[in-house]
Design a protein around this ligand. Structure first.
Ligand SMILES: C[S@@+](CC[C@H](N)C(=O)[O-])C[C@H]1O[C@@H](n2cnc3c(N)ncnc32)[C@H](O)[C@@H]1O
Length: 280
């Protein structure tokens, strides 16, 4: 387990994923009844953009750095995301930190909602525990995110979002995903699931989508952001989030937000795309 999210925090993929995250939780919050957020691969929770990992790659400058400086009116989902993360970026309004998914979800949560953040790497887990302190009712667990699906689903609230955001560093990760997702869906069929995936070599991702489709799952939305339409051998040129059971209105929100985000992050070449892999 060599992956450290600190090298990538706030990059285009984080921004895209977290725009989806905020909009999904807002969708669940339309009803007063409580929701549960399960973050299977939570990361370190909070990242110092001035620290060597961020400074070494500079990836955040092409992600949150660009959106932060964008001028002119933005689609509602982008404005909402920026409003949620603004208090978490550093106390002088400049880009000094970037929040991870548990802190972003905690910022959207209402008193009745519940959050569970799982992280397997002991060092990342230690930082996660520190980062979550004082951010509301987040239970942090050092455990395998796929075990967490078995342990925590269905949640007692019977409403919720499961974010599955693996690092894709192990060869067996991608083949494992459809199996784990289908098993989770059996336990909690009405849950909302968001699975982040990289767009490098698109063949294996197409295989994953085919397996979910062939398994008979309904209501699968794909939200994708490409910086460049060209597939460059092995380079991360885009990413996507597969959303099962998206809340009402989410597809339309993303259909407006993703092309706008693509135009800001990659002027001239960026593309945002939202469509149903399997409709209602
Ligand atoms: C892409 S990062 C998570 C980023 C985070 N979700 C966010 O949006 O801020 C993936 C994390 O998964 C952790 N990880 C890897 N394998 C895991 C597993 N089987 N279970 C739980 N966490 C795992 C890695 O240590 C890493 O911190």
């Amino acid at each position: 387990m060599n992956y450290r999210h600190a090298f990538h925090a706030g990059n285009f993929a984080d921004v895209m994923k977290h725009v989806c995250l905020v909009a999904l939780l807002r969708g669940l919050s339309r009803k007063d009844s409580a929701w549960c957020f399960l973050d299977t691969h939570a990361g370190a929770g909070d990242y110092d953009l001035g620290a060597p990992p961020s400074q070494k790659t500079g990836e955040y400058r092409h992600g949150i750095g660009r959106l932060w400086q964008a001028t002119g009116p933005l689609p509602d989902a982008l404005t909402d995301y920026l409003n949620v993360i603004r208090p978490l970026l550093g106390n002088d309004g400049t880009l000094r930190r970037y929040p991870g998914s548990p802190l972003i979800a905690a910022a959207v949560a209402r008193p009745q909602d519940r959050l569970i953040a799982c992280e397997l790497n002991p060092l990342e887990f230690a930082t996660l525990g520190e980062a979550c302190r004082g951010h509301g009712p987040i239970t942090v667990q050092q455990m395998d995110g796929y075990q967490a699906l078995k342990a925590y689903l269905p949640p007692r609230e019977r409403r919720g979002l499961v974010l599955i955001d693996p690092p894709y560093e192990q060869p067996g990760e991608l083949p494992r995903l459809p199996r784990e997702l289908l098993a989770a869906h059996k336990r909690f069929a009405t849950g909302v699931y968001a699975l982040w995936y990289p767009l490098k070599d698109e063949g294996p991702i197409a295989g994953l989508k085919r397996q979910l489709k062939d398994a008979g799952l309904r209501r699968i939305l794909q939200v994708e952001l490409r910086l460049t339409p060209l597939v460059q051998g092995g380079m991360l040129h885009g990413c996507g989030v597969l959303v099962i059971n998206p809340p009402w209105g989410f597809a339309q929100q993303m259909a407006t937000a993703m092309p706008a985000l693509a135009a800001i992050l990659a002027p001239g070449s960026g593309q945002g795309r939202v469509d149903w892999l399997v409709p209602e």
